[in-house]
Every structure is written in structure tokens, then in C-alpha cells.
Design a protein around this ligand. Structure first.
Ligand code: PRP
Length: 207
């Protein structure tokens, strides 16, 4: 039975859609829970290209290991890596400090560690948002203890005035108001990560 299934899967001919399935962003329906768009697709694209240029120049001639913090940074990483000219390797970590809550617990847990060693390598942590800073503080300390040549941080969003710890980000996309933001990888209760822009949730949604 198992082998029949495998044979069927191998023989199946893919059916191609006859109509384009890409939805132009302007026509993308805005959920009613979104109060307003904070950063549009175009603004995000420009920020990613700017950071990519900076990274390309700063690490010219050096091999860079990009460490993506899942899940929130997965879209930022996918775009950023294509904006960098140079030799890069990528790896992923999953950490969490929020769970389903709106406030950071302050306790960071590694759920999935890196597959590669960072020893003697230039490491750039790629994050979607720096809020309290506790996640990045923990990550920088943790990765630094593994003997890399350097550890720097690129964050797309930096929430103004929310940091509970000192943390230095070499690359920042946008300063972000103190609101619950979603989209472009960021979630609320695991929803909204697929929005192509970054928006603020209505206060009623977060209550
Ligand atoms: C979010 C975000 C950062 C962290 C930042 O992760 O992706 O990793 O919070 O918050 P902090 O600066 O207050 O520590 P979350 O735990 O929500 O998981 P997710 O990336 O899977 O959404």
C-alpha cells in the first residue's frame, strides 16, 4: 500500500494554474483588526535594500553567517539575503519569550539551535523586531560565548523607548511606535504573518 502511494506521487503530473495567483498588494484585503499600515511594502523594500547595501560594504571580502530568528524574521531574512552582495551562509534558530502573550515573559528559551558552529565566524543575527531587547540580549550573549569572530544584529523594527536592557543594533530598518505590530512575518497569536506590509492592530484586538 505504501509503495503504491509512492508510485502515484512520483507519476503525478503537476497541474499548473491557468490564472495568475499573485495578488497585487494594493488589492490585498486589509483585515478589520488592522488599525492602519505603518510601513508599506515599498517602504520595507527600500529599508531592506539600504541594510543590504550597508552589510555588503561592511563585510566585503569576508564570509558572513546570517542567523535568522524564527519565526518572525523569516520574511525579512528571505528578502535581506537577496539584497546582500557577497558570500553568505544562513542558519536558523527558534527562540521564544512571548508564547501567545502580548508581553515578553523575559525568559528566553531556545527551541531549535543552530545546525552549524559559529566559532571563528562573523555572525549577523537577523531579527524582525527589538522590543524589550531581552531576546537579542540573550542571543548575543549566547552566541558570543561560542567563540565567533564577531556578533552583530540587524533588526527590521526597533521599538522606541521599550528596551529593558542595553542592546546595540548595527543595522535598523525602522523606529517603530509602541503599538502591537503585525505583518511581514510578525504575528499576533500566530496570525497576520502573511500580510505584505506592517500594520498596527486596533486596540480592541489586543485587549
Ligand atoms: C518576537 C520577535 C523577537 C522578540 C522580540 O518573537 O520575533 O524575537 O519577540 O521581543 P523582545 O525584544 O521583547 O525580546 P516571539 O517570541 O513573539 O516569537 P516569533 O518570532 O515566533 O513570533
Amino acid at each position: 500500500m505504501q509503495s503504491d502511494k509512492a508510485d502515484t506521487a512520483q507519476r503525478a503530473t503537476p497541474v499548473l494554474a491557468t490564472q495568475p495567483t499573485y495578488r497585487p498588494s494594493l488589492a490585498y484585503p486589509q483585515p478589520t483588526e488592522i488599525d492602519r499600515v505603518l510601513f508599506s511594502e515599498e517602504q520595507i523594500r527600500e529599508a531592506v535594500l539600504r541594510i543590504g547595501d550597508q552589510i555588503s560594504a561592511d563585510y566585503a571580502g569576508q564570509k558572513l553567517l546570517l542567523v535568522t530568528v524564527l519565526k518572525g524574521a523569516f520574511i525579512f531574512m528571505a528578502d535581506l539575503v537577496r539584497a546582500i552582495v557577497g558570500t553568505v551562509e544562513i542558519d536558523f534558530m527558534t527562540v521564544t519569550s512571548y508564547g501567545a502573550a502580548a508581553e515578553s515573559s523575559g525568559v528566553v528559551r531556545i527551541i531549535k539551535d543552530l545546525n552549524v558552529s559559529v566559532k571563528d565566524r562573523h555572525v549577523l543575527i537577523v531579527e524582525d523586531i527589538l522590543d524589550s531587547g531581552l531576546t537579542l540580549k540573550y542571543l548575543v550573549k549566547n552566541l558570543t560565548s561560542r567563540g565567533p569572530l564577531s556578533v552583530e544584529v540587524a533588526t527590521l523594527l526597533f521599538k522606541e523607548g521599550k528596551q529593558k536592557t542595553d542592546i546595540c543594533c548595527r543595522y535598523v530598518g525602522f523606529l517603530c511606535p509602541d503599538e502591537f505590530v503585525v505583518g511581514y512575518g510578525l504575528d499576533y497569536g500566530e496570525n497576520y504573518r502573511n500580510l505584505p506590509y506592517i500594520g498596527a492592530l486596533t486596540p480592541q484586538t489586543v485587549d
